[in-house]
Design a protein around this ligand. Structure first.
Ligand code: SF4
Length: 342
């Protein structure tokens, strides 16, 4: 039976495996960006993999490490090569122009757009073309010890993912330690979802079931409510259509957030400044709590943890052993790795 702690450990290992070895079968075509605990369209995906075009990803760097949110994307993608009045250069946003002006100023402050005033008009000119850097988006649910009942519980979420078609592929990653991939499990998971068995120690993987590519360029269906399937439940499922253009926007926003965060950002919300926190290496630098005697989850190792104790001030003042205590070091190491991946 998996606990939140070993689910978290498995998730970090899956992220590491995906970063090194994605795709699970065949050659890697270009760089990938991996992110975890990713909320999108009312869902939280455990892991996402963004497959990128190498040249275009390089051009994305000109826009900085921070993500571009939907409003900034509306500006920088359409900014003209020559000076023009912003209302004539940009497509009608579908929301008041004053918000566009705010986005223009934000883009200017970030150095990714040029602006000037002509009378009482704001003119804009692009600094860089926004590249088409996202090839495919893959969502992975991590279930280290998936059994038939867990598969049934998961199937509702996966069916929603399949109906929406926001990701190109949806996978379940399970721990490759026995013969759990039984016929029962296949029956309970939508056929469109792939199943990959990940050996979280050796960081290898085998595909047990290949996913179907989802129609990301076509309108999707958002399932709002569905009957519970009980004997007396005759209600109809409720759903709404989602335009292909809206999906395109959402996908780009997802990719931008992944670009900013990566998967090592969990340390940003954990308490490496706690005296019980340390980084342990098991082929991969992972957080460890000495008070709990195990790896803490990102949720429990937070400001509300009752066992939190601040690290001794001497760890900070004596430059332990390089700068700050062990918590500061792990934070720095993970930040460096994040940066290098980018
Ligand atoms: S005691 Fe709490 S805050 Fe400190 S390392 Fe452990 S889980 Fe994190």
């Amino acid at each position: 039976m998996s606990t939140p702690s070993n689910e978290f450990a498995f998730e970090l290992r899956v992220c590491r495996w995906a970063e090194r070895h994605w795709p699970p079968d065949g050659e890697r075509a270009g760089p990938v960006i991996v992110a975890r605990q990713f909320g999108a369209a009312g869902r939280r995906w455990d892991t996402i993999v963004i497959e990128c075009d190498p040249d275009e990803l390089g051009e994305r760097a000109a826009f900085g490490q921070e993500r571009l949110d939907g409003d900034l994307l509306d500006v920088v993608r359409y900014a003209p090569a020559e000076w023009a009045y912003y209302r004539e250069a940009l497509p009608d946003p579908g929301y008041p122009w004053r918000y566009v002006r705010e986005s223009i100023h934000r883009a200017d402050d970030r150095g990714i757009l040029e602006t000037r005033r002509r009378g009482n008009r704001i003119e804009i000119r692009r600094r860089f073309s926004y590249p088409d850097w996202v090839e495919r988006i893959v969502a992975i649910e991590n279930k280290p010890d998936l059994d038939a009942s867990a598969a049934r519980a998961l199937s509702d979420q996966l069916e929603r993912d399949v109906a929406m078609g926001l990701a190109d592929e949806v996978w379940i990653a399970i721990e490759a330690d026995d013969d759990r991939v039984s016929a029962a499990l296949f029956e309970d998971v939508p056929v469109e979802a792939g199943i990959v068995e990940v050996d979280s120690t050796a960081l290898t993987a085998d595909v047990a079931w290949y996913p179907r590519t989802l129609a990301v360029d076509r309108p999707g269906t958002r399932i709002l409510e569905r009957p519970d399937g009980g004997a007396h439940d005759a209600s109809a499922a409720q759903f709404e259509y989602v335009e292909a253009s809206e999906k395109r926007e959402r996908r780009l926003e997802i990719a931008e957030r992944a670009y900013e965060r990566g998967w090592r950002s969990y340390v940003d919300t954990m308490r490496p400044d706690c005296r019980h926190f340390e980084g342990r290496t098991d082929g991969q630098l992972l957080p460890y709590c000495r008070a709990k005697g195990r790896q803490p989850t990102a949720r429990e190792c937070a400001g509300s943890c009752p066992a939190f104790e601040p690290e001794p001030p001497t760890w900070r003042t004596r430059g332990w052993p390089i700068e700050g205590g062990p918590g500061a070091r792990i934070k720095q190491i993970l930040a460096d790795r994040r940066e290098r991946r980018r």
